[in-house]
Each structure stands twice: as C-alpha cells, then as structure tokens.
Design a binder for this molecule. Sequence first.
Ligand code: EPU
Length: 350
Amino acid sequence: MSTVFESLVKTDVDLTPYNTLNISAKARYFASVESESQLKQILQHPKSEGLQILVLGGGSNVLFVNDFDGLVLHIGIKGREVIKETDEDIWLKIGAGENWHQIVRYCVNNGWGGIENLSLIPGTVGAAPIQNIGAYGVELEEVFEWLEAVDIEGRETRRYEKQHCEFGYRDSIFKGELKGVVIVTSVVLKLSKQPELNTSYGAIQSELDKRNIKQPTIRDISDIVIDIRNSKLPNPDSLGNAGSFFKNPIVKEEVYERIIEKYPEAPGYDMGNQKTKVPAGWLIEEAGWKGKVVGNTGTYKQQALVIVNHGDATGREIMDLADRIKTTVKEQFGIDLVPEVNIVSSDGLV
Ligand code: EPU
C-alpha cells in the first residue's frame, strides 16, 4: 500500500495554474492536501526531511522568479463551522483552503458583518492572516480571534491567539519569526450579528450617495466594494497580476513635506507619530510608469501599483520591471518601495 506521501506528492509540477501572475515555473515536488492529517503525514515522511517547503494558497500574492527546488504544499483544507454564538456575535472556524471571497459572501448572506469591506480579495482564508489583508478601511485583524497551524518540524497543531500574531500593515508574525515554521490550517473569525458598517473610505461613501442608499446593509457595502475593485483592479482570470506589487511606504513627515512642496496635490494619510503613508500607486504614476508596457509586462492602466503579465512574461521579467520602478521612484522621491508580493526563488522566499 502506498503512503500518503507517495500518492499525493508529484514531481516537476508546472505552477502556472497555481499563481495569479500566470508565471510558468516548476516545483520539484508538489502536493495538494485536503486535511490536516494528510499534511502531517507528508511532513513526517523521511523524503520531506531537509526539503525547502513553500505553502501556496490561492497563489495571488506570489512571484516565482525561477523554478522552486523544494516541496510546494497547496493547502486545500475546507470547512466552515460556527463554534460559538451569542445574541451579538458568532465565531466562525474556517478551513485554510477555503476561498476568501466565497467566505465573505457566505457571511454577507447570513447577515454576519465584519469582512464585507474585504470582498473580492483573491486568495484563501489561510493566507489572509499572514499579510493581514486589508482594503477599504478594514484589516483582517479587526475580526481575527485565533488560528491553528501545524508546526513543520514537530508536526503538532498549535493555536495562535490574536495578541501573539503581531499584526501590522500587511504584516504579521507569520511573515517574520514564524516564516517557514508553521502552516496555517484554520482561522477563527468573530463576526457581528448587529454589524457596524465602515464607510470611512471615500469611494464607498460617494457610491452610497450616488446610489441614494441612506441605510446601507452589509450586502450594499460588499456589492459596492466589488464594483470599485472591478473598476480599478484587473481580474487575474483575464490579466495575470498579484494585486498591489509594493506596499504603500510609510515615511517621516519631513519626507512627505518635501514631496508636497514640489507636488502640492500629493496624497498622504497621517499615521500618527509624525509618519505619513504615501500611496505607492501615486509615486509610480508620477514616475511615469502608469499603463506602460515593457515587453510582456507592464503596470495596469487604471492602477499603477499593479504589475501585470501581458502574455508569457517570466518571473525574471516581472522582477526586472519591479526593480526599474523601484529605482526611478527612489531617484525621484528618495523613497524605497518594498514589495508586498512574496518573491520566491529556487530555494525559497527571498
Ligand atoms: N493613485 C494614483 N495612481 C495610481 C494608483 C493610485 O495616483 O495609479 C492614488 C489614488 O488616486 C489615491 C491613492 O493613490 O489617492 C490610493 O489609491 P487606491 O485607493 O487605489 O489604493 P492603494 O493605496 O493603491 C491599497 C491597497 C489595496 C486595497 C486598496 C483599497 C496596499 C499596498 N494596497 O491600495 O490592496 O485594495 O488600498 O483599500 O496597501 C493588495 O494588497 O493587493 C491590494 C489591492
């Protein structure tokens, strides 16, 4: 009888269908797992020992620069379970392999509020806490309670409460100290049965006014966010991309003041502590890159922060364009852009 390892792990697998930038790269070993038990059995097999491991969810935030010389684990663990309920709230435990947007709509359909502003974000539930996904005034950490993850070395299940996750802007402990140490298997969110809506993001409020919606529901917010995203961001099914390629830089106030002396219309959001968040999309557009086509790559015409694959771009071509953008933004504004996308080379995350 073959072991789980032998029946699930394939060799030399093309990763094109597993990354939304549609980059062709090969994984030396690849397995799709549907349960925590399969995951543990693969990890404890002697052949996994010493292999570099890369976890893939929806592949919507990853750039393969070349082939990956290790084991890719595609997490397909499903499941939705209400584990606790009060008159006000429900606690929903979700398998890491569930599609994030389907979970958002499931919650909206049930009248559970909290993640409607995060509609249409590509990727899986397990990936959501890693980079603390955020959009339209809401970040995952606001509804996050705890997650369960399998420790790669010891193969036991561990629980991480919110206070241990070190959430920040597009950041968590799973991108730092615990990178490559654990694999998320489920996430618990606390959602509200009497939701308070977040309409702080200008574009949401103006859509509500335009549609003459006076008392919006979570479904209205979700529908509006879907429309805004569709109008600004390319659908990876028709144009390869990984959403925002860079993070929005947070700079010292004096750096921002220097920018507005020259560009009085420069957008910036006060972050407190004499820091300002400057939209990377604006910097990239000002540097002349918006909608530019460079070989098989380019930036999206409606949103310069999104790098796209117009055809058969290689990971290296995308990386070269990103480096050129980074250099011109540095020259023009003195600001270092940091990728938001995970860059994977042959031996792991860069
Ligand atoms: N802008 C430009 N030119 C551009 C793009 C943007 O001038 O080409 C300006 C806009 O005019 C606006 C500002 O930049 O003043 C902000 O733009 P936008 O509202 O499109 O949001 P963003 O800061 O570019 C962030 C997230 C998105 C998220 C949106 C909405 C990051 C790195 N990106 O983008 O997240 O959907 O806010 O909340 O924080 C992602 O992470 O993949 C992603 C798409």
